[in-house]
Design a binder for this molecule. Sequence first.
Ligand code: SF4
Ligand code: SF4
Length: 316
Amino acid sequence: MPTSDRSNSCGNPVSLEVLQTNAPRVALAALDTLWFQVGGTICNLRCHHCFISCSPENDKFRFLSLDTCVGYLEESRALGVKEYYFTGGEPFANPEMCDILERTLEFGPATVLTNATLFRDAILDRLQFIDNASIYSLELRVSLDGYSAEMNDPIRGEGTFDRAMDGVRKLAARGFLPILTIARTWDGPDDDVLAAFVKLLRENGYQRPRLKILPLLKLGAEVNRSGGYGAGDFVTHTMMREYDQSRLVCSAARLVTDQGVWVCPILLDSPDAKMGDSLADALRAYPLRHAACYTCWQYGAICSNVASAATASTDA
Ligand code: SF4
Ligand code: SF4
């Protein structure tokens, strides 16, 4: 894995302030992916590692309405957007979520990031209907941070393992193939953890489990859990030399919120990451001046379904 440095091309030390002011910029090569902060920062859970500190009380960002989503979907079509992602907060806390998905699947494939704890039968029936009616795919990504309640619940809350597994079982029974996303909260190699997840999922009726391990973003609630970024965690020009910028989500995506368009889903809590009110306002390059950019630089496509170095799939 590459390492950072804090020196200029002559090898002389450079201050953090200078690094941030002159941060390398990443151009939007094409707006391939549009994210919607459809659940705002409102979530029925309050996970200790949530990088935007979502909770039932956090309404800093509110639900996106169907009308707002349709407006951006229509703008996105002319810009050639190929796929749509929905996140929060918990997307299915938004009462218009299924209507929003139904309209979105007229435009392209959609992925929803969910904690899978709010899946009433009526919602699942609707999802199945919407999925069957569209020529585009509907993916569901379920967050679960342990293969047992003992491993998961200290991070995501008491009872959340059982509730999320109930959601996964229901999805699998209806023919969905949810991608399990697992925040990397353990030390040591991943193989044993992945094997335990595969065993758990197969025992629960999900025969072709797909798994994606995510690095922790040291922002929001996670700062209190394990500490934030260090002073050297910044992306420098040297680090970007010969670096494939297409690995970064911000090279091909933007995020719609109820307060405008942001550069990416990771920097929601950073006011300077707002790029404007329309997609057209948000097509310019963005400087990698945040410590979280360092995690993206290390791991690449954190947010998307695209396979990364820390991804395991059993359906190949
Ligand atoms: S990590 Fe996900 S499920 Fe947990 S509080 Fe944040 S948005 Fe909700
Ligand atoms: S946090 Fe990641 S996706 Fe967002 S601007 Fe920085 S590098 Fe790009």
